[in-house]
Design a protein around this ligand. Structure first.
Ligand code: GDP
Ligand code: MN
Length: 389
């Protein structure tokens, strides 16, 4: 789960990590007023669920409140496209106004889960800022990685070794040790999959400061943090994904034109592979889960049809716990409700399959039934067309 930079900074502040003074605004005149409070010179920062804003014009250094107002008017409602947003970009609805800081040096610091070792690791570099991805490619030796043993935790000497590797000495080094230690505590207690400070800076006045912050929460730990869902900014999420979340469906939008409804993540993966194998392009990944009800199936189907890229739908269900007649009823209800005329291929097998088939045959939908997976895939790709066509 994602949150905005300003929310991430509030969390970091509560762990004693120094962040610039600032306030979030929803309207341009609030940006102007806040800029005045900050003393005029400030940074106007678009809040979107993605990084790379600096290069996309989403971070503006302004000299006075009037310039802040102009920047805010330009940014509010704008769609920012950065290397992290995908081609559709994300729309700016919130702006963070912060006191401007004079930067002497920029560093990179993050803690994330290393899936190879199944452990948290601290990643740090003395060359932080907007070119960190390029640095990782060209000079990986300049990036320091420390894997944390979960039983021993992060020891101060390990954090000190990192701070020294970043070139910090004396008071700054000890401040950096405290910062890294606090960041790890934050990561554990808040159940984060990522906490990233890029750049972490030393200011010209010689203070350590987190200039940017990114925090991702582990979705599987949300039950431990009932306050997290309220932090979500729905304007940053695909509406179809929001609806899917409400019905507890795993839905991920993809680039193709064949909508897919499948039960079980493994079967869904196999279905996408089969579609690709036959030259088709899946429009989404949708797992309705093991014990879906008629209503959930209907919602899932409506989500698929809500995607304007979809030219046909492939349903692939194995009725184990799930009954095929329930699936058929859900599909018929949803398709009738939205007046769907697209071709639908249903590949079903398992519990009460004959009953499911009968219901589909009797409906007046444009639906083809099959038992065989390859036959079903071939037939939907045949109707919708290959991805290279
Ligand atoms: P990102 O591009 O989405 O990662 O956004 P950042 O918050 O990291 O901002 C991009 C860049 O703007 C940073 O790497 C800094 O170099 C610069 N920047 C941000 N805030 C300030 C500031 O207060 N003063 C100065 N001089 N530069 C800033
Ligand atoms: Mn950044």
């Amino acid at each position: 789960m994602n949150i905005h930079e300003y929310q991430a900074k509030e969390i970091l502040r509560s762990y004693g990590i120094p962040v610039p003074r600032g306030r979030v605004a929803l309207k341009a005149d609030q940006v102007q007023r806040t800029a005045r409070e900050m003393g005029g010179r400030c940074v106007v920062k678009a809040q979107i669920y993605a990084g790379g804003r600096g290069k996309a014009g989403g971070v503006r250094l302004v000299a006075n409140p009037d310039e802040a107002l102009l920047a805010a008017k330009d940014l509010f409602g704008k769609t920012l496209v950065t290397p992290q947003t995908g081609p559709d970009g994300l729309i700016v609805r919130r702006i963070l106004v912060e006191e401007a800081v004079e930067i002497a040096r920029e560093f990179y610091l993050s803690i994330t889960l290393d899936r190879q070792t199944s452990r948290y690791c601290v990643i740090a570099s003395a060359e932080g800022g907007m070119e960190i991805e390029a640095l990782a490619e060209k000079s990986p030796e300049k990036i320091h990685i420390l894997t944390i043993d979960p039983y021993i935790g992060l020891r101060p000497y390990q954090a000190r070794k990192l701070a020294l590797a970043l070139g910090m000495t004396g008071r700054l080094c000890e401040e950096c040790v405290a910062l890294i230690t606090n960041l790890y505590r934050c990561c554990l207690e808040k159940d984060c999959t990522l906490v990233e400070i890029n750049p972490l800076v030393i200011t010209k006045a010689d203070w350590l400061l987190a200039m940017d912050a990114k925090v991702n929460f582990d979705d599987n730990a949300l039950f431990r943090h009932p306050e997290y869902p309220d932090m979500t900014d729905l304007s940053q999420i695909d509406p179809l994904e929001i609806t899917a979340g409400e019905f507890d469906l795993s839905y991920i939008k993809l680039k193709g034109n064949i909508g897919c409804m499948v039960n079980g993540a493994g079967l869904a993966m196999a279905t996408l592979d089969m579609l690709s194998e036959y030259g088709g392009a899946p429009a989404n990944f949708l797992d309705v889960g093991g014990g879906a009800t008629r209503d959930r199936v209907a919602e899932a189907f409506k989500i698929i049809l809500g995607d304007p890229d979809v030219r046909g739908v492939f349903v692939n269900i194995f009725g184990g716990i799930m009954r095929c007649d329930v699936i058929a009823e859900g599909v018929i209800a949803a398709a009738s409700e939205v007046g769907c005329t697209l071709p639908i291929v249903v590949r079903m097998d398992g519990t009460l399959v004959e009953e499911g088939k009968r219901l589909l045959d009797e409906s007046d939908l444009n639906v083809k039934f099959t038992h065989d997976l390859a036959e079903g895939v071939e037939s939907i790709v045949g109707m919708v067309g290959k991805s290279s066509d």
